[in-house]
Design a protein around this ligand. Structure first.
Ligand SMILES: Cc1cc2nc3c(=O)[nH]c(=O)nc-3n(C[C@H](O)[C@H](O)[C@H](O)COP(=O)(O)OP(=O)(O)OC[C@H]3O[C@@H](n4cnc5c(N)ncnc54)[C@H](O)[C@@H]3O)c2cc1C
Length: 398
C-alpha cells in the first residue's frame, strides 16, 4: 500500500484545515474532556458540522454521509486532532446511527437520523449492567410485551453522559427462556419516559461522566424495537465493532506527544530541560515509535476498508494499542509536570471560578484529572483483556 497522500488528498487536507481554522469555536480551542463542561460545549462543533454536512462522514451518502474515502476520513480526524477539537460524541454518530440506517425501519430512519446528524438530539448507550459488563449477554433488564408496548424493568450502569441524553438505546431481555444471546432485543427509549431515572456516579477525576440508569415499568411503544425481536445481539455486536475502531485515537495521541514534548522542554530536571534527560527522552521516543507502528496498522485497516472490508477483529488490536498509548501519554505528562499536578489531584482544576492564583503552569492543571480519567480507556468499549481473547480466537485461531 502507498502511505503517501496523493495531490488530491493534500488539497483536501488544506480545505479541511482552512474550514476548521475558520469555524471551530474559539472558546473551545484545545479543549479536552473536563469536569465543568456544559451540554452546549459538547455539541457546539457538532452543530456547525451538521450545517456544513460534515457531521457524519462515515455514513452512506443517502443518509447524509460525505462520501469521503477512508483516507479522507483519516485526514479529517487528524486535522481535528491538531487543534484538539471536541468531536461529535460517538453514541449517535458512530453507534446507534449506523444501527438505525442498517437495521431500522423507514420510520425510525426518518425520525432519528436527522437529529443525530444535526447534533440536536443526544443519545446514550444502555448496554452494561452491574452484573453484565464483559459478560454482556448475561444482562437481566427485561422488556415484556404488553399490547402495543414493551414494559422495561432493570438497571443499567456506566451510562456515559446520560444526564444530558434525550434518547437511549438499550439491550433488554425479551425471551428469558432462549439461550442467552438469542433472547435479547435492541430498543430505543425516550429518556423522558416516566420510570427512567439517571443517577450520577462520581469518578476519580472529580467529574460526573457516567451514571446508573434505572428503568422501572418504563412503557415504550413497540415501534421503538430495532429490527427483529430477540435478534438484538446481532445489532449490538455490529455496533461494538464500529465503537472500537474509533477508539484508537491515533491522531489525538500524536497531538498529545507534541504537547508532552513542549511541556518537557519547559520543565527542568537537574538544571536542564527534562526532554534532555536520557531516561525521560527514551520513554517519549518509545511512545512515539509505538504510536508510529499503530498509525501504520490503522492505515492498513483503512486500506482494507477502502477495498470493501468492514471493521473486523483487527479493531481489537487498534483498541488495545491505542488505549495503552493514551494511558502512557497521560502517565508521562503527569511525570513531566511532577508536583505541580498535586493541587489538582482531587480533580478540581483552578480555572473554573476560583479566585486563587493557579499553582504552576496552565498545562499542569488538567494533568492529574486527565491521567485519572484515561484509566477508563482500557475498560470501556470491551476491556483490553476481552479484546485479547477476541484476537486469540478470531485472528490467531487458537
Ligand atoms: C468510563 C466508562 C464509560 C462507560 N460507558 C458506558 C456506556 O456509555 N454504556 C455502557 O453500556 N457501558 C459503558 N461502560 C461499561 C463498559 O463497557 C464495561 O465497564 C466493560 O465492558 C467491563 O465490564 P465491567 O465493568 O462489568 O467489568 P467486568 O466484566 O466485571 O471485568 C472485571 C475485570 O475482569 C476482566 N475479565 C472479565 N472477563 C474476562 C475474561 N473472560 N477473560 C479475561 N479477563 C476478563 C476484565 O477485563 C476486567 O479487568 C463504561 C465504562 C467506563 C469505565
Amino acid at each position: 500500500m502507498n502511505l503517501e497522500f496523493t495531490p488530491e488528498e493534500q488539497a483536501f487536507r488544506d480545505e479541511v484545515r482552512a474550514f476548521i481554522a475558520e469555524n471551530y469555536p474559539k472558546h473551545l480551542a484545545d479543549f479536552g474532556m473536563r469536569e465543568d463542561m456544559a451540554r452546549e460545549d459538547f455539541v457546539a462543533w457538532h452543530k456547525i458540522l451538521g450545517q456544513k454536512g460534515w457531521s457524519v462522514p462515515a455514513w452512506p451518502v443517502e443518509y447524509g454521509g460525505t462520501g469521503w474515502t477512508p483516507t479522507q476520513r483519516y485526514i479529517w480526524s487528524e486535522e481535528n486532532a491538531r487543534v484538539n477539537a471536541l468531536m461529535p460524541l460517538p453514541f449517535g454518530v458512530s453507534m446507534v446511527g449506523p444501527v438505525i440506517y442498517t437495521f431500522g425501519s423507514e420510520e425510525q430512519k426518518a425520525k432519528h437520523l436527522p437529529g443525530i446528524r444535526s447534533g440536536e438530539v443526544w443519545w446514550c448507550q444502555g448496554y452494561s449492567e452491574p452484573g453484565a459488563g464483559s459478560d454482556l449477554a448475561s444482562l437481566k433488564t427485561t422488556a415484556v410485551r404488553d399490547g402495543d408496548h414493551y414494559v422495561i424493568n432493570g438497571q443499567k450502569t456506566w451510562t456515559t453522559l446520560a444526564q444530558h441524553a434525550d434518547w437511549g438505546f438499550f439491550l433488554c431481555r425479551t425471551d428469558p427462556t432462549a439461550k442467552q444471546q438469542e433472547g435479547i432485543s435492541f430498543i430505543l427509549v425516550d429518556m423522558k419516559t416516566p420510570g427512567v431515572e439517571v443517577k450520577p456516579i462520581k469518578l476519580l477525576d472529580g467529574g460526573y461522566e457516567v451514571n446508573e440508569t434505572w428503568l422501572t415499568d418504563v412503557r415504550v411503544p413497540v415501534e421503538n424495537l430495532v429490527g427483529v425481536e430477540n435478534k438484538g445481539w446481532t445489532y449490538a455486536k455490529f455496533l461494538l465493532a464500529h465503537e472500537r475502531s474509533g477508539i484508537a485515537g491515533v491522531a489525538r495521541s500524536k497531538r498529545g506527544v507534541e504537547k508532552l514534548r513542549e511541556i518537557a522542554t519547559h520543565e527542568t530536571l537537574d538544571g536542564q530541560p527534562l526532554i534532555k534527560d536520557f531516561d525521560f527522552a527514551k520513554k517519549v521516543s518509545q511512545l512515539e515509535i509505538d504510536l508510529a507502528a499503530l498509525e501504520i496498522t490503522e492505515l492498513r485497516t483503512l486500506a482494507g476498508e477502502q477495498a470493501g472490508k468492514g471493521p473486523g477483529p483487527e479493531s481489537s488490536i487498534l483498541k488495545i494499542k491505542g488505549t495503552e498509548i493514551q494511558q502512557r501519554l497521560t502517565e508521562l505528562t503527569l511525570e513531566a509536570v511532577g508536583t505541580y499536578s498535586a493541587p489538582y489531584m482531587g480533580g478540581v482544576s483552578n480555572d473554573n471560578g476560583s479566585n486563587e492564583h493557579p499553582v504552576g503552569p496552565d498545562y499542569a492543571q488538567h494533568a492529574a484529572a486527565t491521567y485519572f480519567n484515561m484509566r477508563k480507556t482500557s475498560i470501556y468499549g470491551g476491556s483490553n483483556e476481552i479484546q485479547r481473547n477476541i484476537i486469540t480466537k478470531m485472528i490467531l485461531g487458537l
